[in-house]
Design a protein around this ligand. Structure first.
Ligand SMILES: Nc1ncnc2c1ncn2[C@@H]1O[C@H](COP(=O)(O)OP(=O)(O)O)[C@@H](O)[C@H]1O
Ligand SMILES: [Mg+2]
Length: 270
């Protein structure tokens, strides 16, 4: 089967430090891929490369059979949507206006919102259980609520490939599960979804594939249940854990085996 997204050995350097090294990914329609790794391992940088915000020093990214450099920005926005964490602050917009910006890629030249666009905006907020945010000022929302609005904006873009950087960060347990359920359902309808996660349990439960990044390198990749072992998580995160599957709830458990020692002289801070 044809891959919609291929990341072919990309390398990224910032100054003298190499942030991504020979990273490879291949994703089909219908798949949700989780990118997992400690802070600073290169997850956001990888998403920025695929969204065309950063050009890798070497290697290639192919979307629907074409190198991404061949797409105009407008063409690309019809193929790939990206939710990256930074959102410019300081100007006042209603939530629905932000989600509406996601629709704009499909309505070139139209600067007023039609019924169809407003319907898409409402649906995107509704499926994320966030319709109550519709008329609220984005700046006044909690971090979790802002995440949902930005996620709705990505979904309203209606692209085949969706990139989401920590879409469930700041969300409470119910909302995390809701978002993952929506992503799973969209993939089952044919979308290709790439998501960075800190929640290893969600990757195990909802994703088809996982790529583990450590210091900019792929240290493991494959089916979550095969890849995410106690040994691997302990090694990559430097925390001894047990990975288990609870049969009763059919849900994975990541259990730290012992606490962390405090480094440094704590009494200086008392
Ligand atoms: N624009 C930049 N200039 C210099 N270093 C950067 C830049 N962006 C990211 N980095 C560095 O690259 C590494 C990977 O960052 P990032 O991709 O944000 O990691 P993650 O998302 O996995 O936490 C970090 O060490 C970070 O400090
Ligand atoms: Mg990040």
């Amino acid at each position: 089967m044809v891959f919609n997204l291929v990341v072919d050995g990309i390398n990224v350097e910032f100054g003298s430090s190499r942030v991504l090294e020979n990273v490879e990914i291949a994703l089909r329609s219908g798949e949700v891929l989780a990118i997992i790794g400690p802070n600073g391992s290169g997850k956001t940088t990888l998403l920025k490369c695929i969204s065309k915000a950063i050009t890798p020093k070497s290697g290639e990214i192919i979307v629907y059979g074409r190198p991404i450099g061949e797409y105009s920005n407008s063409e690309y926005s019809k193929r790939v949507s990206a939710m990256l964490p930074q959102w410019p602050s300081g100007f006042s917009m209603k939530s629905y206006e932000i989600v509406l910006m996601g629709c704009r890629n499909q309505t070139k030249g139209i600067w007023w919102e039609g019924d169809r666009e407003l319907q898409i905006v409402s649906t995107a907020l509704e499926i994320l259980n966030a319709i109550d945010l519709y008329d609220k000022d984005f700046e006044t929302l909690s971090s979790g609520e802002q995440r949902k609005v930005l996620l709705a904006k990505s979904l309203a873009q209606r692209t085949g490939i969706i990139l989401l950087d920590e879409p469930v960060a700041y969300l409470d347990m119910k909302h995390k599960l809701e978002v993952m359920t929506v992503l799973r359902a969209l993939a089952d309808m044919g979308k290709t979804i790439l998501v960075t996660l800190h929640e290893i349990d969600l990757a195990l439960k909802y994703c088809d594939k996982v790529v583990i990044l450590s210091h900019g390198r792929v240290v493991a990749a494959g089916k979550p249940k095969q890849v995410i072992t106690s040994e691997l998580v302990s090694k990559v995160y430097g925390v001894e854990v047990a990975v288990k599957w609870d049969e009763e709830t059919d849900y994975p458990l990541i259990l730290p085996k012992k606490g962390q020692a405090v480094k440094g002289e704590l009494s200086c801070l008392i």
